[in-house]
Design a protein around this ligand. Structure first.
Ligand code: GLU
Length: 487
């Protein structure tokens, strides 16, 4: 498809909500197509619904796209700014006889709709009004809408994703293109804009399939060339129902806040409906751009599996440099009040080693932050479950910790090559496995029952902090003993 460098595609979100997973995936497919064939990716904010649209949501959508790295070549255009052109196109339809004025009042239409019940379609009462009379009534100021005169026949297109799709025109009512107040209806605005922007490929959610025949009719009536249509499949939750709040986060920003990396999110979204031609799932942006074609999009609904997203994020996390990881995790650590920016600067080398150690055990930046707690806070927070599990006998634990404390205080270097034999020697002396010494020690210095290898942990903490923490642990064990006696 390299030759198709004139491809012009658009992402056209309505700013009535955040950038959701489905919208982000549509944006991504358009972006990938444009980048694949050297075409143009256009951003158009469909803000004609003044009441439901907001500046905040527009900003949030742009922010989400920026975070994902989906840069546009044109725009953002605002659909509401094109109202005059939309109206002119609708009036051109009237001129060509493809539209007519409808003078039926909303109350009349409501009554007819109520009487007809299910399956109501406009009865075309005004379609027969002679144009002289129609012009006169309009000139007299009689309120009216403009309706499209749906011709007989069928409307069909060859959807790149779904194959041939056909609608009987008899099932399409003479839909309104211009409201009584002169504002264009959605489908009118979309066709007018897509034509004006010379869009060659309309790539959008399958939920728009029902709009497409109306839009195709408008193109035809205005004598405009049709774009290629590709309707990307719906996204379902693991339960097979359409993805919604019930399944957890749906706004892209929520994933950002959870510590998902933009590259992982993009890779994950790309595979929601697109098959890259091989089973390998981790693909760089360059590889995705290289391989992307609309033909590679599956018509089957895609399933959003959050566990797969975490796994993928873990893969990307592992590939990041310690510097980038620290940069990503820093704001979270500061926000949680565990450390301040000055201290982070002062302990940078240790913290870089820390994130490198923690990343293999984490799937998100937030998980790295969770695990970082014992190393960045002045004092660890003891996990009661860890205490219950590994400090079962306070007196014995205290004695062993005290023995370790003196070994550590006397060590000539603070290095695993010296610390490890010392700890193992103590275990041998006590006649227990090394785990029986290491687990209680881990709780003492991290407060947790899980951590990277204990000697890496000791290395990160340094001698002074380790000893300080053993002292606090011993105090804590004292309290436990006193509590036990008092109880
Ligand atoms: N504004 C529409 C939406 O947000 C998209 C219209 C289109 O892509 O044609 O669903």
């Amino acid at each position: 498809m390299k030759a198709n460098s004139s491809a012009r595609v658009r992402f056209a979100p309505s700013p009535t909500g955040f950038l959701h997973v489905g919208g982000a995936r549509t944006a991504l497919f358009n972006w990938l197509l444009a980048r694949h064939c050297g075409g143009t990716f256009i951003l158009r904010i469909e803000d004609t619904d003044r009441e439901r649209s907001s500046k905040e949501m527009t900003a949030a959508i742009l922010d989400g796209l920026e975070w994902l790295g989906l840069d546009s070549d044109e725009g953002p255009y605002h659909q509401a700014e094109g109202t005059d052109r939309h109206r002119a196109d609708a009036l051109a339809l009237l001129e060509r006889g493809s539209a007519y004025r409808c003078f039926c009042s909303p109350a009349e239409l409501d009554a007819r709709r109520a009487a007809a019940g299910e399956g109501y379609r406009y009865d075309r009462g005004c379609a027969a009004i002679a144009s002289v009379e129609s012009d006169r009534r309009a000139a007299d100021g009689e309120p009216h809408t403009l309706r499209f005169r749906v011709p007989a026949g069928v409307t069909a297109w060859d959807d790149v994703v779904h194959g041939p799709i056909e609608f009987a025109n008899a099932d399409i009512e003479d839909f309104i293109v211009l409201r009584t107040d002169g504002s264009p209806i959605y489908n009118m605005a979309v066709v007018s804009d897509d034509a004006h922007m010379r869009i060659t490929h309309v790539v959008r959610g399958a939920d728009h399939i029902s709009n497409t025949p109306k839009q195709i009719l408008l193109y035809g009536a205005l004598g405009l060339a049709l774009p290629v249509f590709a309707h990307v499949p719906l996204i379902l939750g693991l339960d097979g129902k359409r993805l919604s709040k019930r399944h957890g986060a749906t706004a892209v920003s929520e994933y950002r806040n959870e510590g998902i990396l933009p590259d992982a999110m993009v890779n994950f979204l790309a595979l929601l409906g697109w098959y890259p031609g091989e089973e390998r799932e981790i693909l760089s942006r360059a590889e995705m751009i290289e391989r992307f074609t609309l033909e590679g999009i599956n018509r089957k609904a895609a399933v959003f599996d959050p566990v797969k997203l975490s796994w993928m994020n873990g893969q990307y996390l592992n590939g990041l440099s310690a510097e980038s990881l620290l940069e990503a995790v820093t704001p979270i650590l500061i926000e949680r009040g565990w450390i301040d920016a000055v201290e982070i600067q002062g302990r940078r080398d240790t913290l870089l080693r820390m994130v490198d150690l923690l990343k293999t055990r984490a799937r998100t930046i937030a998980e790295i932050a969770d695990q970082a707690e014992p190393y960045v806070r002045a004092r660890p927070a003891y996990d009661p479950a860890a205490i219950a599990r590994h400090w079962k006998d306070p007196a014995e634990t205290k004695r062993r910790l005290a023995a370790m404390r003196s070994l550590f205080a006397g060590a000539s270097t603070w290095d695993a090559s010296e610390l490890e034999p010392a700890v193992r020697g103590l275990a041998a002396q006590e006649g227990v496995g090394a785990g029986r010494i290491i687990h209680p020690l881990r709780v003492a210095v991290t407060g947790l029952s899980d951590s990277p290898g204990i000697f890496d942990v000791l290395g990160l903490l340094g001698r002074d902090r380790t000893i300080e923490r053993i002292d606090s642990a011993i105090e804590r064990l004292d309290e436990m003993e006193r509590g036990a006696h008092a109880g």
